[in-house]
Structures are given as structure tokens and as C-alpha cells.
Design a binder for this molecule. Structure first.
Ligand SMILES: Cc1cc2nc3c(=O)[nH]c(=O)nc-3n(C[C@H](O)[C@H](O)[C@H](O)COP(=O)(O)O)c2cc1C
Length: 362
């Protein structure tokens, strides 16, 4: 019997689990260590009670949102995720195409399995996500390439000095299929991501060789000077780091623990969000990711002070299930849920949601 169509993002998870090889499911789904942070992300969001306002005269909410000076259809972006062709043969092109259809930003990972020019050719608003290459000259070349290709922002991820210990991948001896390569990495060394080293995943070996582990604030400043694109710093939890990022030129920060895939035991992003918002004030935009699964979660993040959220795994589930059309449906469901949530909370738009009070339901 065919499955009923998904009515929420969690439905895509159930379907994706049936279509993806178990090791690929684990690679996408898993966190690091004991996955304490992975589950804390959900618990923290579930504990955010939002106090709706009544009699506000709102019938239908508008979702339109301004981020980094550009207009988007809703306060949601597709989080940067590596190697999207492991989830579906059309990979990055399908997911970026869905982001274009939904008019939301698509954050392209430096570890994308499709050349960035093909991703931009979908017409999506692409923000390029960088892990710092060991060779500064190559970083500068790559920045020139993505600038030329038409990327709208540069996102530097700062929570991966080394790859988190992902036990599921270690147990599964997960390695990338040979046809999946990092299509934008100069000097590739994809052989490393396909190989086998006992006790460490090939993806971690590859990252360790390609990326510089010991970055500092001076490097971030240098990066901002190299490139006139708006700079976004992703992977911040400590409010003091958020302030330093702004001082170093960031136009936005993403409060994120990488979906529980990096240091296990760090707090949920939603737990740290209010402190980060208070610390930076209106000096930069604040986005949140890690654990967002519904329009109500987006409302929670807005009420805690975020301008927008990024959604990770659910986009890969939808991609795996239905390619571009599946991902488009996933984003449309999120928009419908958020529209309803805003109206139910008495908010005319996302800005009004940032005025809502929250209470802990823990
Ligand atoms: C399979 C997978 C690959 C990822 N690859 C990257 C990446 O290349 N760069 C990056 O900054 N974050 C990467 N992330 C982290 C996401 O950008 C995002 O922070 C996280 O998935 C958000 O949590 P969520 O999946 O619970 O929504 C990846 C996450 C997953 C699940």
C-alpha cells in the first residue's frame, strides 16, 4: 500500500529511513559521542512555551523576511550540508532548486558534491559555506571563484577544528561511495574520504588533511578583508564569541552546535540563543539551527530573538524521498506551519513574533 503523503517534516524522516542505505541514514541522522547534545537540541525546543497574543486583528500572517539586506519568502534557510548526492543522485542541484522555488537561501557547503557554478545555475540565492583550507592562497582563490559565480554571502563555520567523534559512522565503518566527491575542493584528495583507516572515519581523515584546525580571530578578520560579501559566522554558542565575531566584521552569527555532530555535551542552541541575542543587540543578525523540525520551532526561535533559522537533516530526508519536488514539499509544509503558528500567536509577521514572551515548560 502506498504511504500517505507527508503532512510534516517528521513524516519525511520515516520515509527516508526506508529509502536510504542504513549507513547513509546513520551518517545523516547521527550525532557525536553519546548524542547528548543531539537530543538536548530537541528537548530544549520542546521546553520553549510561547505565549500567544489575542485579539490582535491578524487573520493571515506574512512570512516575508529580510536577511543580509535581501528579501526572502520566510525566515528559514537550508543549512549547509556536505555531499548531498549521498541522499539523492540530484543532490545539491535538487535541494538548491527547491530553495529557489521556496525563495529561501540555500547555504552551499564547501564539501558539496556538485560544482558551485551548477548550484548557482538553479537560480537559488546561494550563501557559500567555508571550512578553512590549510593553504591561504587556495582560500583566496576559492573566494574569488564563489564571488564570481554569484554567491550572496560567505558563511564561515567555526565549530569544526576537528571532526566530532561520530560513533555510528565508526561502527559502520562509513565511507563515501567512490562517485561522491568534494567537487569544489581544490586539490581534492577525495581518495581519503573513500578509503579506510581503522578507528577514524574517512570523512574525518579527509577533513583533517584539507582543513586548517587552528584558526583565530585574526584569520576571521583577514577573511572579511578578502571578500566584500556579507560575512556570517556559523557555530557560535558563547555570547562572548558572538560579540567578538561582530567586532571582527560578521554581519550575522548562526547559534549552532552543528546539529549535535561536533562537541558532544555542549548545550542546545536554543538554550544559548537568548544570551547571544542580548549580547549582540542590533549589531548583527542572529540565526539559529540545530533541532528545528516544524513551523512551531521556527516561531519558538523567533520568540527567543532569532531573525531566522536554518534547517538541516529534514531537508536531506525530503531530498532523499522525492528529490527537488520532495524538498519543495518539505519547505512548503514548513511555510504552511509557520503561517498558521504566527496567526495562532496573533503575529502579523516574523518581526512581531520576536516580541512574544516565552516561558519554560521544563
Ligand atoms: C549530513 C550533514 C552534513 C553536514 N555538513 C555540514 C557542512 O558541510 N558544513 C557545515 O557548516 N555544517 C554542516 N552540517 C551541519 C548543518 O549545517 C547544521 O548545523 C545542522 O544540521 C543543523 O541541525 P539539524 O540537522 O538538527 O537541523 C551538516 C549536517 C548534516 C546532518
Amino acid at each position: 500500500m502506498p504511504s500517505p503523503p507527508p503532512v510534516c517534516l517528521a513524516d519525511f524522516a520515516d520515509l527516508a529511513r526506508t529509502v536510504l542505505p542504513p549507513q547513509v541514514w546513520d551518517y545523516i541522522d547521527g550525532g557525536s559521542g553519546t548524542e547528548t547534545t543531539l537530543s538536548a537540541n530537541r528537548t530544549a525546543l520542546d521546553r520553549v512555551g510561547v505565549l500567544p497574543r489575542v485579539l490582535t486583528g491578524v487573520a493571515t500572517a506574512s512570512l516575508r523576511t529580510r536577511l543580509l539586506g535581501r528579501q526572502y519568502a520566510m525566515p528559514v534557510g537550508v543549512a549547509p550540508m556536505a555531499y548531498q548526492r549521498v541522499a539523492h543522485p540530484d543532490g545539491e542541484v535538487a535541494l538548491a532548486g527547491a530553495a529557489r522555488d521556496a525563495e529561501v537561501p540555500y547555504l552551499a557547503s564547501i564539501l558539496g558534491s556538485t560544482p558551485i557554478e551548477q548550484v548557482i545555475a538553479t537560480g537559488a540565492e546561494v550563501w557559500f559555506q567555508l571550512y578553512w583550507l590549510r593553504d591561504r592562497g587556495l582560500v583566496a582563490d576559492l573566494l574569488a571563484r564563489v564571488r564570481e559565480a554569484g554567491c550572496r554571502a560567505l558563511v564561515v563555520t567555526v565549530d569544526v577544528p576537528v571532526l566530532g567523534r561520530r560513533l555510528r559512522d565508526l561502527r559502520n565503518a562509513f565511507r563515501l561511495p567512490p562517485e561522491i566527491i568534494a567537487a569544489n575542493l581544490p586539490g581534492g584528495r577525495d581518495d581519503l574520504a573513500h578509503g579506510g583507516t581503522p578507528g577514524v572515519t574517512p570523512v574525518a581523515v579527509h577533513g583533517g588533511v584539507a582543513f586548517a584546525p587552528a584558526l583565530s580571530w585574526a584569520d576571521l578578520r583577514w577573511l572579511g578583508e578578502q571578500c566584500d560579501l556579507p560575512l556570517v559566522v556559523k557555530g557560535i554558542l558563547d555570547p562572548a564569541d558572538a560579540v567578538r565575531a561582530v567586532d571582527a566584521g560578521a554581519r550575522a552569527v548562526v547559534v549552532s552546535n552543528h546539529g549535535g555532530r561536533q562537541l558532544d555535551g555542549v548545550p542546545a542552541s536554543a538554550t544559548m540563543l537568548p544570551e547571544v541575542v542580548a549580547a549582540v543587540g542590533d549589531r548583527c543578525e542572529v540565526l539559529l539551527d540545530s533541532g528545528v523540525r516544524s513551523g512551531v520551532d521556527v516561531l519558538r526561535a523567533l520568540a527567543l530573538g532569532a531573525q531566522a533559522v536554518l534547517v538541516g537533516r529534514p531537508m536531506l530526508w525530503a531530498l532523499a524521498v522525492g528529490g527537488r519536488a520532495g524538498a519543495r514539499t518539505g519547505l512548503a509544509l514548513l511555510a504552511d506551519e509557520l503561517r498558521d503558528a504566527l496567526a495562532l500567536a496573533g503575529c502579523a509577521d516574523p518581526t512581531a513574533a520576536r516580541e512574544l514572551r516565552t516561558v519554560s515548560m521544563g
